[in-house]
Ligand binder design. Structure first.
Ligand SMILES: Nc1ncnc2c1ncn2[C@@H]1O[C@H](COP(=O)(O)OP(=O)(O)OP(=O)(O)O)[C@@H](O)[C@H]1O
Ligand SMILES: [Mg+2]
Length: 327
């Protein structure tokens, strides 16, 4: 076990009292917290140049490696495989969807669900907040969840219904979900910086951002500053990726689809956020409505074949379609 003291930012080589105090003043005490910041953010925060910020980041990683909390620069492929085999997963509530994902939602990864309205993104998020609390034998992690709600669609009543069906006390379930309502992009970023506290203190292993893009999209709309938006979104998504890796949690984000009128073949909708979104997410799942059921397709996965599966949305959350039900 690593002592809390050892994770204090003052233990990073080259961090003197001045830098340490600046970090403390910004509410950053822990090396892992520091590492969720990118070099640009770090350089702004500390008022140092980019190279110095990169240097501090590198030394921080080195420290975590020394403490055994992170892998080194290179690892044997066999060790990487061993690590991959041991990665924990959270059930979605549907065996079909779990199988599509190779066993459920992975920790240390960013999983994006995108699709049109009513395709089930928010229902999946609610279900995961409950299933993450299940014990490991029931494909959960026995842990809590942090939920950032940007669309005001978090409904505790749904948590109650989903928990009841899974033999979890609804009262207990509600007490392990920490909900932050984000009013705008800056507020969303601020709340996201707070997440590490909930992971640490409350033992959360799932982070949800429903939806990641709403504010970015509306606030930067028509300002002619698409590049600014992409840059800020890029930074934001990288923060999430680092959060997943450093704290060994699962991060799930949702995203709407945008009409892409220039598409002549195939589905004329695309997830918003452009290429940046695609490059940041480890797994992307495209959801479509199909009558009562939903079709999920995994796209651009580093190791899954592109494949489809069906699931359904019920009062008890995400589930497999009933036997014999058609698409
Ligand atoms: N209590 C319930 N019982 C059964 N099905 C439900 C229940 N609540 C919601 N649903 C299903 O979930 C659908 C809504 O899905 P959800 O809110 O997850 O969509 P979304 O993808 O988040 O959409 P948006 O883009 O608007 O946020 C409803 O149309 C309904 O089919
Ligand atoms: Mg929704």
């Amino acid at each position: 076990m690593v002592e809390e003291d050892e994770l204090d930012v003052e233990n990073i080589d080259g961090v003197g009292p001045v830098t340490r105090d600046k970090l403390y003043a910004a509410g950053i005490y822990d090396i892992r917290q520091l590492l969720t910041l990118g070099p640009v953010e770090l350089s702004e925060l500390l008022g140092v140049n980019y190279d110095k910020a990169v240097d501090i980041s590198n030394r921080s990683r080195q420290k975590l490696t020394e403490l055994g909390l992170m892998g080194g620069q290179f690892a044997l492929a066999s060790d990487v495989l061993k690590h991959r085999m041991s990665i924990e997963r959270i059930t979605t509530g549907s065996n079909n969807l779990d199988n599509l994902l190779g066993g459920g939602i992975e920790v240390e990864a960013l999983t994006e669900f995108y699709g049109e309205f009513g395709s089930g993104k928010t229902q999946i998020c609610h279900t995961l907040c409950v299933t993450v609390q299940l014990p490991k034998e029931k494909k959960g992690l026995g842990a809590g969840a942090v939920y950032i709600d940007t669309e005001n669609t978090f409904r505790p009543e749904r948590i109650v219904a989903i928990a009841e069906h899974r033999e979890i006390s609804p009262d207990e379930a509600l007490k392990r979900i920490f909900v932050g309502k984000a009013y705008n992009t800056s507020h969303q970023e601020l709340l996201t910086r707070e997440i590490s506290n909930y992971i640490e203190k409350e033992g959360c292993k799932l982070v949800i951002i429903d939806s990641a893009m709403t504010h970015f999209r509306s606030e930067f709309l028509g300002r002619g500053t698409l590049a600014d938006r992409q840059q800020r979104l890029n930074r934001y998504l990288h923060t999430l990726v680092r959060l997943a890796e450093i704290y060994h949690v699962a991060v799930v984000i949702t995203n709407q689809v945008q009409a892409a009128p220039d598409t002549f073949f195939g589905d004329p909708t695309r997830p918003s956020g452009g290429h940046i979104m695609g490059h940041s997410s480890t797994y992307r799942i495209y959801l479509r409505k199909s009558g009562k059921n939903r079709i999920a397709r995994i796209v651009d996965s580093p190791y899954h074949a592109e494949a489809d599966t069906i699931f359904t949305l019920t009062d008890k959350g995400v589930a497999d379609p009933e036997e014999g039900s058609k698409r």
